[in-house]
Design a protein around this ligand. Structure first.
Ligand code: PEP
Ligand code: MN
Length: 345
């Protein structure tokens, strides 16, 4: 953190700032600018995080330099984290695919979707049993019955289960039936939920909030990590922008940015990121190329009959087609022999 003094700040003003820093057990280093003096805080700046430097006499403004999230930052953990989800590794160069319907609608629908997901090569089956819907009149999910179908689908296919948890009271039951608990976009800053999943012994996939900055998102991950759960995976699912043709604006630059800022694996959701099935395959391929650790997408045995998000759900045929190309590109991205070809020569 640095504190930039006003050009007219007195020696007494600067002394006041230095004293506050030193009283917290930190070191203050004063630099002479052309017009202003700058005081740098050296040491653990959390010790002065509640000091309102900007309100002190002679201070123009203060600037935080180090990040407010620590455990999620790349500085605290230079190597990529690899999260083991019931034997499937996410991160560290493995590419995973999660596919399935938006919502678990019936036993029959889910078993059919699971067989298709498996046949196409996904490692995870997705499906919401608790559905956070924009309208209270829309289908809200089968709740525990849906979780039981998910567990049954795992038994039949071996696919790992990813499903959303929407409230503190359901963490225990969702953890019991699933392998990876999803915290949805609408709950990204539900801090009591973040703390509760942080205390659970189960991997968590944290989706980016509808209008969250990277800083807010990584701080939300910090809530989970700081409770002791280090199995955290991020998921970029598009953010709200002025564009209305697409449901959200899929921020693929966030994938590369998160890789720089954090060690946590990141996967991409091109279904909620676009809202249109036609755009899912191109954005899935772009996610692979951007360096994502995996994708999660909606696929339905019959999208026209889906109780939620049919417009963005792939048919089985479109899903198989996507998987063929995603696998080719993911292999290309991993293949050191191909990447080291000297294109100039
Ligand atoms: C979902 O994955 O079903 C979902 C509701 O996504 P999001 O939280 O990203 O809107
Ligand atoms: Mn959905």
């Amino acid at each position: 953190m640095v504190i930039i003094m006003k050009p007219e700040a007195s020696a007494q003003n600067i002394k006041g700032v230095i004293e506050v820093i030193q009283n917290a057990g930190l070191t203050a280093k004063v630099t002479e600018g052309v017009q202003q003096q700058i005081v740098a805080v050296i040491g653990d700046k959390s010790k002065v995080s509640s000091v309102p430097f900007d309100a002190m006499p002679g201070v123009d403004h203060s600037v935080a330099i180090s990040k407010s999230y620590k455990l999620a930052s790349r500085e605290s953990h230079p190597m990529d984290s690899v999260v083991d989800v019931d034997g499937i590794e996410i991160g560290g160069g493995n590419f995973v695919v999660m596919a399935g319907p938006c919502a678990v609608e019936s036993r029959e629908q889910l078993m059919e979707a699971a067989e298709i997901a498996k046949k196409g090569g996904a490692q995870f089956l997705r499906g919401g049993a608790y559905k956070p819907r924009t309208s209270p009149y829309s289908f809200q999910g089968l709740e525990e019955e849906g979780l039981k179908y998910l567990a049954e689908a795992k038994e039949k296919t071996g696919l790992r289960i990813v499903t959303e948890v929407t409230q503190v009271e359901s963490v225990e039951i969702v953890a019991k039936y699933s392998d990876l608990m999803q915290v949805g976009a609408r709950n990204m800053q539900n801090f009591s939920l973040l703390k509760e999943v942080g205390r659970a012994n189960k991997p968590v996939m944290l989706k980016r909030g509808l209008a969250a900055t990277l800083d807010e998102w990584l701080n939300a991950a910090e809530y989970i990590l700081s409770e002791g759960n280090d199995k955290v995976i991020l998921c970029e699912r598009g953010i709200r922008s002025y564009e209305t043709y697409t449901r959200n604006t899929l921020d693929l630059a966030a994938v590369a940015a998160v890789k720089h800022l954090s060690h946590l694996p990141i996967i991409v959701d091109p279904s909620h990121g676009t809202g249109k099935w036609r755009l899912v395959k191109p954005m899935a391929l772009a996610a692979v190329a951007a360096g994502a650790d995996g994708i999660i997408m909606e696929m339905h045995p019959n999208p026209a009959k889906a109780l939620s998000d049919g417009a963005q759900s792939l048919t089985p045929e479109h899903y198989y087609d996507l998987m063929r190309d995603v696998n080719k590109l993911a292999k290309f991205m991993r293949d050191e022999d191909i990447k080291s070809i000297d294109l100039e020569g």
